[in-house]
Ligand binder design. Structure first.
Ligand code: SF4
Length: 295
């Protein structure tokens, strides 16, 4: 593993600065403990010791009640349908995003992301001239495009669109060519260079905890996947299949992110995506994202 890590580290240093690594190291070390109970439950399930966490019995929401409860009801209804009848989608209300990056860090903790791998950055833009200045924030997950250019360029068929619309990567088939990273118009894919936050020393205990992307157990031991693979947001597919909302949705401090089944006319995301102020990024690229922004 050392040789591979050294090679990736050298390559990465050419591509990425160290600033993000330093910042995220501190933040991730402090937050990876979140959800330990669920990680242990998922590990037990992966080992065949117990069934996955059951879908919670969510109370029926009443008018004015939590949008989280409504989305969990929507999720539960969607999971009751055949997979090909679901179309997972996300709506992000930019008017409510305060740029706190809680979603970014929650995602890093949930998916045990290493240095340089970020699935949901919040892109910050400064406008105006002092003293008349303002900032805008744009969370950017994978758009789970209906026409995803990242799929067509893969030479080994390691990335594919699932019947529910999520664009998935088969880590065991991926050869790390990175064509998909170049093809994505949204910069939504990154590469796992095999780095750890504790560079040059012992790999810390929190970095040895496996992730459960795609419902499997990924420990990043030795040269093991997803080291050497392209990586990206999965809409927290492993959480969805247990009846949980994506971690960026539940961690959002401004309640700016919504998730559900766009095919369900009763769902909150269907309602919000149909608003007159709903837009999608780079419509001209013809990729048909299922992430909508309200502005
Ligand atoms: Fe593929 Fe990029 Fe679209 Fe995600 S946003 S599906 S990585 S092209």
């Amino acid at each position: 593993m050392e040789n591979r890590r050294d090679r990736f580290s050298e390559e990465r240093r050419d591509l990425l600065g160290k600033a993000l690594t330093v910042t995220l190291a501190g933040l991730a070390a402090g937050t990876l403990a979140i959800g330990n109970d669920r990680v242990e439950a998922a590990e037990e399930a992966a080992a065949g010791e117990k069934s996955l966490v059951p879908i919670p019995d969510v109370p029926v929401p009443v008018a004015g009640e939590s949008q989280i409860i409504r989305m969990m009801q929507d999720l539960r209804r969607a999971l009751g349908k055949p997979i090909e009848q679901r179309r997972w989608g996300m709506v992000i209300d930019l008017r409510k995003c305060v740029g706190c990056q809680a979603c970014t860090i929650a995602c890093i903790a949930e998916n045990k992301l290493p240095p340089g791998v970020v699935y949901r950055p919040v892109i910050t833009e400064e406008k105006g001239q002092f003293p008349h200045v303002s900032k805008s924030f744009l969370p950017r997950p994978c758009m789970q495009c209906e026409e995803p250019p990242c799929v067509d360029v893969c030479p080994v068929g390691a990335t594919a669109k699932r019947p529910d619309g999520i664009v998935a990567i088969d880590y065991e088939a991926c050869i790390g060519c990175r064509y998909c990273i170049t093809a994505c118009p949204y910069g939504a894919r990154t590469f796992d260079f095999g780095e750890f936050y504790d560079e040059g020393g012992e790999v810390a205990a929190y970095e040895q905890v496996a992730s459960h992307e795609y419902g499997k157990r990924w420990s990043r031991e030795g040269d093991g996947s997803p080291i050497g693979n392209a990586r990206k947001c999965t809409f927290c597919l492993h959480r969805l299949e247990q009846g949980d909302l994506p971690t960026c949705v539940v961690s959002c401090q401004g309640r700016a992110t919504f998730f559900g089944d766009l095919n369900d006319p009763e769902s909150l995301v269907h309602e919000l995506a149909g608003k007159a102020n709903a837009t999608r990024l780079k419509e001209s690229a013809g990729t048909k994202p299922v992430v909508y922004y309200l502005q």
